[in-house]
Design a protein around this ligand. Structure first.
Ligand code: C2E
Ligand code: CA
Ligand code: CA
Length: 535
């Protein structure tokens, strides 16, 4: 028997898994949230970059250049030309300098003439809509700064984009990177931050809105193509900068996850324990009809013949374990399941007994009732109905009740009367082990008394309780009760009991509790030979 089985490692493993999963989910959520905020920042950078670039392009391509080209005869480096360029540059917020480049030389600008011209080198690339882009053009008058220039190929007019254009997008020592590259050329134009633009990045596929979001080389990158001009703005943040956000979110989420994970784990383990707990298994066993009966023959001490049997409940669980009644009957009693157990016992008995009484109408069977079975009419009525269905004399059936039952005086008295009125016999079980007073017992109508094994065991020994057996026998006689001695294991015990007038005995000396088939076989053998062949 393993009534207190261990739940094994599986529920604990499942519990640990629950904790691990919740914590992982928390970390994942924190990371995800961190990633989301990185993406927001990168989006913002790309948007800002695009917004500012658009302002420059607007003012040059659509305003200044149009104005200059609208004067066909204008010589760029003439006084009129310089004047025109200067006026446009001064009036434009985004364009500080407008110049004129011819043959890779800046010949003049809104600053004035540059004599033979400042060499500006070949363009970095030429944009789709006809602008030559140079990314690092020096302008001595403007200090050491290198300018991004965009030169209208048809006219040589050139816009100088201020390096300051991007300086204040992300102030401070941020590790963000952002800038601009040519959309069709996929060449860098301007940018800030410690990020090498790879061609793989610049050729990343854009969605219908002209946007791409991806992770590469430790960065989260957002690309946004200008809908009007031939460039793409980018914003990028190192994935490592997820740290602080991740940390603060984790600090909230992970303890929460840990607590809920632990609660879940505890629930899993508790549930597993509950499932293994006897009450749960007994309920299940009752539903699945796992209870059955064994019948221990009761022997007439004078003749040695089997005259009756005690029906004893047996429970084999689904996994084949035989749980002894000493274990599950007390559980059934404390869990309020005993009436269901008794109902099963009676139902099983009703099935088993048809054949038994057909062949051996004189046989007697005793059935055990717990005190709760006598506290109301339910079990009593069930038994009466069973006897009726079997169509046997009610006197063939004895109900064994213990002294403990007699604590609930009134209801028990009423139910005992009901049973006796119906003709059923009442035996007092485990006599001498309970607490009821003898005087009280005398007021009940009883038929038999079962002498408990603990007293039978003392027969032939010099234990102090030795003399109790003879006392019990005297009491039974004085009350006019028949006697059945329980747990008789030796011939000496049987001899003593017979010599002292005990009528019947039950014990391993004669037979253990048997399946109905074996009881019938024994009874049939007894009918033929006059003696049963007990196992
Ligand atoms: P009990 O009513 O006193 O039943 C007698 C017990 O003594 C049985 O144990 C029986 O197998 C055992 N026994 C009989 N002869 C010998 C023997 O020579 N030596 C030894 N060592 N034992 C012997 P079992 O079947 O394990 O039942 C234990 C107890 O469980 C019963 O004691 C009874 O209190 C309870 N029980 C069994 N079936 C039912 C039932 O259907 N309803 C109720 N309410 N209680 C039951
Ligand atoms: Ca009994
Ligand atoms: Ca007993």
């Amino acid at each position: 028997m393993n009534a207190d089985r261990k739940i094994g490692p599986a529920p604990y493993a499942l519990g640990l898994l629950a904790i691990a999963v919740s914590v992982s989910v928390a970390f994942f959520l924190a990371y995800w949230k961190g990633l989301g905020s990185l993406e927001d920042q990168a989006q913002h950078l790309a948007d800002e970059m695009l917004f500012r670039s658009h302002a420059v392009s607007e003012q040059f391509d659509n305003t200044a250049l149009k104005a200059l080209l609208a004067q066909p005869g204008l010589q760029p480096c003439s006084d009129a030309g310089l004047e025109a360029m200067r006026r446009l540059a001064i009036n434009s917020r985004a364009l500080r300098v407008i110049g004129y480049i011819q043959n890779e030389r800046l010949l003049c600008s809104s600053y004035g003439s540059h004599g033979d011209g400042i060499p500006v080198g070949p363009p970095s690339f030429v944009s789709k809509n006809g602008f030559a882009i140079r990314t690092a053009v020096p302008l001595p008058l403007a200090g050491n700064s290198l300018f991004l220039t965009t030169t209208h190929l048809g006219s040589g007019y050139t816009a100088f984009v201020m390096p300051g254009l991007v300086n204040d997008i992300m102030p401070g020592s941020s590790n963000a990177a952002f800038g601009l590259f040519g959309a069709s050329s996929q060449k860098p134009m301007m940018g800030r931050g410690d990020l090498k633009l790879s061609s793989a990045w610049m050729s990343a596929p854009l969605d219908a809105a002209g946007t791409a979001i991806f992770r590469g080389e430790g960065h989260l990158v957002v690309l946004k193509r200008s809908p009007w001009f031939d460039y793409v703005a980018y914003g990028a943040l190192p994935l490592s900068s997820i740290g602080p956000e991740f940390k603060t979110t984790s600090l909230i989420l992970v303890p929460l996850a840990l607590v809920s994970g632990l609660a879940l784990a505890a629930l899993i383990v508790l549930q597993a324990k509950r499932r293994l707990a006897l009450p749960h298994r007994l309920r299940q066993g009752l539903r699945r009809d796992e209870l059955f009966l064994a019948y221990q023959p009761i022997v007439d001490l004078a003749t040695g013949r089997w005259v009756g049997a005690e029906a004893l409940a047996r429970w084999r669980t689904a996994d084949g374990t035989l749980v002894p009644p000493d274990v599950f009957i007390p559980v059934a009693e404390s869990e309020g399941l005993i009436r269901q157990v008794t109902a099963k016992v009676i139902a099983n008995f009703g099935r088993d007994a048809v054949e038994l009484f057909r062949r051996h109408p004189e046989f007697r069977v005793s059935i055990n009732f717990s005190d709760q079975d006598l506290s109301d009419a339910q079990s009593v009525e069930t038994l009466k109905a069973c006897i009726q269905t079997l169509g046997i004399a009610p006197a063939r059936i004895a109900v064994e009740i213990t002294e403990r039952a007699l604590i609930h005086v009134d209801a028990v008295r009423r139910n005992i009367k009901t049973l006796r009125d119906a003709g059923t016999r009442i035996a007092i079980d485990d006599f001498g082990t309970g607490y009821s007073g003898l005087s009280y017992l005398a007021t009940l109508e009883l038929d038999a008394l079962k002498i408990d094994k603990i007293f039978v065991d003392t027969i032939g020994t010099d234990a102090v309780t030795n003399s109790v057996v003879s006392h019990i026998i005297e009491i039974a006689k004085s009350m006019g009760l028949k006697m059945v001695a329980e747990g008789v294991e030796t011939q000496a015990q049987a001899d003593y009991l017979r010599a002292h007038g005990v009528e019947c005995a039950q014990g391993w000396l004669y037979a253990k509790a048997l399946p109905m088939g074996e009881l019938l076989a024994g009874l049939n053998a007894q009918a033929q030979t006059g003696a049963a062949t007990g196992t």
